[in-house]
Design a protein around this ligand. Sequence first.
Ligand code: 1CP
Length: 351
Amino acid sequence: MSDAPTSSSALSDSAFLRAARGEAVPHTPVWYMRQAGRSLPEYLAVREGIGMLESCMRPDLVVEITMQPVRRYGVDAAIFFSDIVLPLKAVGVDLDIKPGVGPVVADPVRTLADVEAIPDLTPEHVPFITEAVQGLVGELGGTPLIGFAGAPFTVASYLVEGGPSKDHARTKAMMFGAPDVWDALMRKIAGIAAAYLDVQVAAGASAVQLFDSWAGALTRADYRAHVMPHSARVLEQIGTTGVPRIHFGVGTGEILDLMGEAGADVVGVDWRVPLAAGIERVGGRAVQGNLDPTLVFAPTEVMLDRAREILGAGRAAPGHIFNLGHGVIPSTDPDQLARLTDFVHEHSQTP
Ligand code: 1CP
């Protein structure tokens, strides 16, 4: 008999899952939001001539694209290749992901009837997700797979605006002016997000991240009253599976504590908040982040100096997962991320 750990104990003992649970780690784990995608030449090659949504629905492509950054960088976790609007597409919402633009919804949601017309999600809507996750778990072995979903506010923004938006004005107008429609929409999306995360965890995802990318557009009072209860419901439901839950948004310095209280095990901190301050705000929870994504364009030594500061600050948290403060910028040089990954691994080892 070999003494080699089985893949499931290696997985459970991985630096990423240990940090997410607030346990001691052999090194600080690192992965990058949007680590797959346009910054990688191998991604551009396999995506050639294939639309974004089609790629997300083909398990062979999802497995390949998800694995690409794991192979290239040796990161400590994989993030499932998909998009936050994919479950809406799967239940029948007429939308597309347009190159260079993002999600575009044909008939924006404005009324209660529009909300009620959106079906709830069942596993039968997304057999390709189950197949892709199962395939990935087999390939990844001891490396955890992070499943994800968009949080109700951020997904609502695409549904209500009809596409990407800077100020989320129509979305917030619904929140302020049509509370019944807003409540129904948030409940609908929360249900879809929770069901979609359940499918991913049932198929073998080891952790989940709830992306509330645009929650930073809200005041603290509005977040607490109109958004937090719905995100909390998603986090609570997936919490029953026991997998760690990461909760992330951009520009969320004023609501970081609330994002933790919503039910996160790990709070994602963007680069505007010094990590030490973020750790204080989420008191007692693990954190993820938070190098400014533009630092990859700085001289390597400057980037690594900042990474060193973040690793130092992260030691004050019960657990720290190194990441950028938001997604990898498409023009990023993959060699810089390779240097950054090696640096994090080498400079965070415990003796
Ligand atoms: O490693 C990975 O690439 C992970 C896969 C992933 C994830 C986690 C993609 C692929 N999208 C997402 C989440 C996502 N999608 C978020 C939350 C994360 C974040 O804040 O960055 C958001 C807001 C979206 C919506 C979206 N989809 C946008 C942003 C539009 C806007 O409002 O500014 C865009 C450009 C997309 C398309 C998309 N999603 C993913 C990729 C690789 C792409 C580019 C499409 C392409 O390559 O054709």
